[in-house]
Ligand binder design. Structure first.
Ligand code: AR6
Length: 176
């Protein structure tokens, strides 16, 4: 599914983010930046040790913020590592922190002249953020960003399972 917003496109696909050839892919990392399971594990496995070495030098990342490394052996030139919130009960700033993780990643992409970027569904795996709410936040930030910035051409959401794809597809239909 694709939707044109201002000068850019939001695209939803089902697949593996490590295979994407957008200029940047986003990693759903943790604060240590030292790797883990899920998307993080897949990116470090496919990208090789250059990414981990850069992450060690950077030294960590706060929740809601983002940092950038090269893409190592990945098709993408860059990996933007962001840290989504661990979802507890929804009253601890989780929605704002998730929005901030997406916004910080897009801002960092712009600062590096990146025109195409792929996101996973941040925080909805090990960090247990409810999928439908997370999809709404992710898409709203992407829509707002494309309205405010003419430079980015493509924001792609790479959803791993049918449930995630369906949730994003439904929300994108509602929001556009
Ligand atoms: N491509 C795209 N999406 C994927 C892939 C992939 N290769 N693999 C998993 N997903 P998660 P989080 C989906 O757990 O919730 C790590 O250990 C997955 O199905 O990767 O932000 C980190 O080190 C789910 O929908 O990220 C942190 O400690 C979504 O990606 C912690 O997990 C996010 O799931 C971060 O947890």
């Amino acid at each position: 599914m694709e939707v044109k917003i201002n000068k850019g496109i939001i695209s939803l696909i089902q697949g593996d983010i490590t295979k994407q050839d957008t200029e940047a892919i986003v990693n759903a990392a943790n604060k240590t930046l030292l790797g883990g399971g899920g998307v993080d594990g897949a990116i470090h496995r496919a990208g090789g040790k250059a990414i981990l070495e850069e992450c060690i030098k950077i030294g960590g990342c706060e929740t809601g913020e983002a940092v950038i490394t090269t893409g190592g052996n990945l098709p993408a030139k860059y990996v933007i590592h962001t840290v989504g919130p661990v979802y507890r009960d929804g009253t601890r700033g989780e929605p704002d922190l998730l929005a901030s993780a997406y916004r910080s990643s897009l801002t960092l992409a712009s600062a590096n002249n990146i025109k195409s970027i792929s996101f996973p569904s941040i925080s909805t795996g090990a960090y247990r953020f409810p999928l439908e709410q997370a999809a709404g936040i992710a898409l709203q930030i992407a829509i707002n960003y494309l309205h405010e910035h003419d430079y980015i051409e493509l924001i792609c959401f790479v959803l791993f399972g049918q449930d995630a794809f369906d949730a994003f597809e439904k929300k994108l239909g509602q929001l556009t």
